[in-house]
Design a protein around this ligand. Sequence first.
Ligand code: TEU
Ligand code: CA
Length: 552
Amino acid sequence: MNRTWWKEGIVYQIYPRSYKDSNGDGVGDLNGIISQLDYIKSLGVDIIWLCPVYQSPNDDNGYDISDYYNIMDEFGTMDDFDRLLSEMKQRGLRLVMDLVANHTSDEHQWFLESREKDSPKRDYYIWRDGVDGAAPNNWQSIFSGSAWKYDEIASQYYLHLFTKKQPDLNWENPAVRQGIYDVMKFWLDKGIDGFRMDVISVISKKNYEDSPYPALNDTISKVYANGPKIHEYLQEMHQEVMSKYDMMTVGEGPGISLETGLSYVDEARKELNMVFHFDHMFIDHGAGGKFDVVPYDFVHFKQVFAKWDELLRGRGWGSIFLGNHDFPRIVSRFGNDGDYWSQAAKLLATMLLSLRGTSYIYQGDEIGMTNVAFDSIEDYDDVETHNSYQEEVVEGGRDLEDFMKAVHIQARDNARTPMHWSNEENAGFTDGNPWLKLNPNYPKINVAAQQEDDASVLNYYRKMVRFRKAHLTLVYGDFEMLAPDHQQLFAYRRWDEGGEYVIAHNFSEQESTLALDNIATYEKAIGNYPDHQIKDGQVQLRPWESIIYQKK
Ligand code: TEU
Ligand code: CA
């Protein structure tokens, strides 16, 4: 594949609300991010993906935008933004912003006007009459309840696949599409380097017939996602916007699967550069959704990565991530946050940075931040958690303790507790009252403590980032899974004309072994244990050991 900056660039994702507060109001902000740019640079990453910073009433923490052309008051001003961008450029860092184009806030000017029957903006959203005094169809919101809300002023129902305060835009309307392209150009002309596109898979609606599927996840992937005009819209967007800039795009979306993935990222199609699929993110969701936690199969987990690599090989580009602001902390979810916390966090770093595709690191994972378990539902902020609580516990009668157990495992706030900078009060995140409680383990897990410790998770991330950048075979080289049926080991070979590597991760507390042909022709390059063991021609992996062998 031809080389580009966004293929070999390593992305660091920032959730601004929780990164660093500069003015003591308890909310992270742009000046806070500016103050940490040297830290970010020290990780060796190249690109920052900034979650939404636009004007928003924060029903869904910035994913409900009321003005695409202004910065959220809590985060700062446009001057602060411009300064952030120029400070980043000075450090050779690129900026990718979040584009939320499936919906706006119900406080966006377009929506306010759209509610008036005769307004020229009426058709900017999806308005329908009710059926027999009820919603137009049986569609469920991804954040609980009906996906339709009756509006008194409009005298009709509007569609909201997410919260009631996130009405879906009508992409059938060319003026809406142009409106979004204008937004994109405004930010690109300021000098940003691309977009992560929120739920781009659902912008084209099928028909508005009832969903036949009882499980919401099936309705999402089979009814909401990959609508009939999705590719027409993305190709138009490419022509109008992407083709005119040196930029990167990564489309996020439920329902993007092995069957549909290539239709978004096949280079010949001129749509998106990459997608975030959820095949490994929904792996422990039962029929009742994310708070219906089911055990997952490790072999299946490995297959997700192997199959996506095979699908994209030579045709499109992948994105390698294990978590983000919507999912639990990676070390708690896929690793071990107990006795082997440090080893597991480093193992996941090795995995993220040794697969083919662009690597995405979510803030705090570079120090091994873990899930949190607040006692009370009141301590949670996220609208998704609260809506599920209302639906499942208050209305549905689910046992509260049982629900809270699931919340501790799955809540999005696990990833949203403020960043741990030091062991000072509130982890050095704020001098004020934090908008969300901190994880009480911050005195143990924080940046300051790990800075100087050569064996820390943080310094391992730095080493591993450097290693990937120095060995581009890990970025572009071919991939083959080894021992595919192994129940503890995820092992693979990466190779191209530049070199050959064998990589093995032991996802367990048991010792595991990997048989390696011609073992003498390999040498250890990097790993999360200071030494390594070979016995009887087999690689011995201790609990949560991760190792990269290089062909001599
Ligand atoms: O998330 C898309 C999405 O489908 C989420 O509902 C995801 O499945 C869920 O969070 C898992 O529990 C994007 C954003 O990343 C998310 O923060 C927003 O809330 C959502 O879109 C609506 O804009
Ligand atoms: Ca602040």
